[in-house]
Ligand binder design. Structure first.
Ligand SMILES: Nc1nc2c(ncn2[C@@H]2O[C@H](COP(=O)(O)OP(=O)(O)OP(=O)(O)O)[C@@H](O)[C@H]2O)c(=O)[nH]1
Ligand SMILES: [Mg+2]
Length: 217
């Protein structure tokens, strides 16, 4: 599986340079995890805009965001989108990602964040039950996974139907119910290429206090 994520992890979006400053696999063991980089995975159904999101943040990374002014790098893991064919769903993706992270960075490393994307017009997921519960989320992000997982709706610019608000509401009672019930934030990524918005969403991971302080994003 390592090859699977590494194949896409830093490729087309040009994210390769972001990985450069991160410690090599294995070096985390026995030391404080992720100490010189935020590791953020972007996951979701294929075509939701995972690679697009990474691309949209690219020129602003390494991130120097207002009050954060961090010198830590952001390392994106661009996962292959799942398509709900055999064993190719969010549960499997999270499990594979955990394994890949462990194999690549050692057993103690957890993600700093997950951007979990969904094309708001994709009908398929509205009929699916949530597959993710605490287990895979904790395994990947640690006990404090709730604020590390940002649920991001995309493709708003397409205006396929006039029921987008209902769709958001049904995510709360269906597909993303578990994570939303645990207070993972859900936001909109309104149009591809919106770098400012992409960075705002990234800030939710890099500076989660902003969420708890209830400041506008
Ligand atoms: N109109 C519109 N197009 C988008 C949006 N997000 C992504 N796209 C386009 O949809 C296509 C697929 O997006 P990607 O980001 O490459 O797909 P992915 O989610 O990474 O999926 P994988 O192919 O599984 O890696 C690209 O042509 C994007 O430019 C969006 O919000 N609106
Ligand atoms: Mg992609």
């Amino acid at each position: 599986m390592g090859s699977c994520f590494s194949r896409k992890s830093t490729g087309a979006s040009g994210a390769g340079s972001k990985v450069a400053g991160l410690r090599r696999p294995g070096q985390y063991e026995g030391s404080r995890q992720n100490e010189d980089g935020f590791i953020v995975a972007v996951v979701g159904r294929t075509g939701s805009g995972l690679s697009q999101f990474i691309h949209d943040t690219f020129e602003s990374v390494p991130v120097m965001i207002n009050e954060i002014s961090t010198s830590r790098r952001v390392v994106f893991i661009d996962t292959p989108g799942f398509d709900y064919s055999d064993d190719n769903d969010e549960y499997t993706t999270f499990k594979q990602l955990s394994r890949w992270l462990r194999d690549s960075y050692g057993p103690r490393v957890r993600l700093d964040g997950v951007i979990y994307m969904h094309n708001i017009w994709n009908e398929e997921v509205y009929h699916r039950s949530p597959l993710l519960t605490c287990g895979p989320l904790e395994e990947l992000c640690g006990h404090d996974w709730r604020q590390k997982v940002i649920l991001v709706n995309s493709h708003w610019d397409e205006h396929v139907k006039d029921d987008s608000k209902q769709r958001e509401a049904s995510l709360k009672t269906g597909y993303w119910r578990f994570m939303l019930s645990k207070d993972s934030p859900m936001v909109r990524y309104e149009s591809p290429g919106d770098r400012k918005r992409a960075i705002e969403i990234l800030k939710m991971i890099i500076n989660p206090d902003q969420i708890t302080r209830g400041q506008p994003l």
